[in-house]
Design a protein. Structure first.
Length: 133
């Protein structure tokens, strides 16, 4: 039982598990912001542009009290698209920032032995070509 608990402790304390947990918490908070953005800013503008059309309140009565609240579903799809687009922009910005940092911090890699040998051969061939010209 002890090796199992040690393995679990190592797993839980690894950085990527903690990063995942932080990502989930930040994602949940970000989702609330996007929900507010869509419900409080985006959909009222759409409502004004469409003459008072309220997407979230759209529903179809099937029978008696049974209703399809397809407007809520459509609002969730809009939220998903906005969250996806925002995450795309965040990842794109992080990749650009990461490439910019890497470009300035790391020297170019050392040529491999094969590349060094090929460079020497090229230089010798150029030197021979210049002697015969």
């Amino acid at each position: 039982m002890r090796p199992f608990l040690d393995e679990f402790r190592k797993f839980i304390l690894r950085g990527n598990v903690v990063d995942l947990a932080v990502g989930v918490v930040v994602g949940a908070a970000f989702s609330k912001i996007v929900d507010s953005l869509v419900a409080d800013l985006f959909l009222p503008v759409v409502g004004v542009l469409t003459g008072g059309f309220n997407v979230a309140g759209m529903r179809t009565t099937l029978y008696g009290d049974a209703t399809l609240k397809w407007g809520n579903f459509l609002q969730s799809v809009i939220n998903f698209v906005i969250v996806g687009f925002c995450m795309f922009l965040v990842v794109k910005g992080m990749n650009r920032l990461h490439l910019g940092i890497l470009r300035h911090d790391t020297p170019p890699p050392e040529p491999t032995p094969t590349e060094k040998l090929l460079t020497e051969i090229r230089d010798l061939l150029k030197a021979e070509s210049n002697k015969t010209s």
